[in-house]
Design a protein around this ligand. Structure first.
Ligand code: PD2
Ligand code: ZN
Length: 293
């Protein structure tokens, strides 16, 4: 494995230190995810020394509690829609998209008509033959594993893989003014009766040892768009338990939410409620801080 100290790694180290993690904890994460200890110590020392030299005010203002950093300003930039004038619709380039509901804390926007019925069908049919029991990123190692909290089947498209994928990706990039390259490929999930996705956060937990490896591919996730490709007869809403909010799965609609830090204070805990009758198909788009490679 290459042990090059990349700008991404430097940024991650600074994020960890700013969030209040002790250097020993950051070092342990790096070693657990495969960094040679000597290289990791060197990277930590150099990065933090340079950062404090360039930002001397941080020495005095350094937070003592991780929660403090996470609840008082200073999050990273996140995408959002141009909604200051409360438009009913947004221009996605090739389509007008409806604004159905917005919430500020957590930041959630519900959109109508982001996809046509034909696009939903095309995505389902090209995903169907490639479904496998869903994997989640294994935060201990940075690899992938099955997860009992997630009983759906799923697959990933690469960016631009089909005409429908490319079209919807371009729409999202335009609506949010967020580079297309910062998006992961669409994930399509299929839930049968009884299947659910228990509440979780979509950002990568900074305290997990596999996270530095994951972050090398474009930094943190900063926003999620769950697009509903069909309509289960009952159940299958996307829930936000911290605020008692649930979005009904309506074909072509989508729920967007953003998180400017990898912390529960974003109140972006969310889940896929059990499907009670019928089946549920969604496509999820995750947006990263930087280009996803
Ligand atoms: O299918 C959903 O509603 C859902 C809920 C929570 C999808 C995801 N998370 C996800 O793909 O991260
Ligand atoms: Zn999720």
């Amino acid at each position: 494995m290459s042990q090059k100290i990349t700008p991404e790694l430097r940024r991650w180290i600074i994020e960890q230190a700013s969030a209040g993690f002790e250097p020993e904890a950051v070092l342990a994460s790096m070693v657990a995810s495969g960094w040679q200890e000597a290289v990791a110590v060197n990277a930590l020392e150099n990065t933090l020394r340079e950062h404090l030299r360039d930002n001397p005010v941080l020495v005095a203002a350094a937070p003592t509690e991780p929660a403090q950093a996470a609840t008082t300003g200073g999050g990273v930039p996140v995408p959002d829609f141009p909604l200051s004038q409360s438009p009913r619709q947004l221009d996605a380039g090739d389509r007008m998209v409806d604004v159905i509901a917005t919430l500020n804390n957590p930041r959630v926007v519900v959109l109508g008509n982001l996809l046509s019925a034909e696009e939903c069908e095309a995505l389902i049919e090209s995903a169907r033959p490639r479904l496998a029991r869903s994997l989640t990123v294994a935060i201990k190692t940075g690899g992938e594993e099955t997860n009992p909290d997630r009983t759906s089947s799923g697959m990933f498209f690469t960016r631009g893989e089909t005409p429908e994928v490319a079209r919807v990706e371009a729409r999202i990039a335009r609506l949010l003014d967020w580079p297309l390259e910062n998006g992961e490929g669409f994930q399509v999930l299929n839930y049968g009766p009884g299947a659910e996705y228990k509440p979780h956060y979509d950002y990568f937990d900074p305290s997990e040892p596999g996270t530095p490896t994951i972050l090398r591919r474009g930094g943190q996730r900063v926003a999620t768009i769950v697009m509903y490709l069909n309509e289960p007869a009952r159940g299958g809403g996307t829930t936000f338990p911290d605020v008692g909010f649930e979005v009904a799965p309506v074909r072509g609609n989508a729920v967007f939410f953003s998180y400017d830090r990898a912390h529960p204070s974003t109140r972006t805990l969310h889940g896929g409620a059990p499907v009670i009758e019928g089946e549920k198909w969604v496509a999820t788009k995750w947006l990263r801080e930087r280009e996803f490679v």
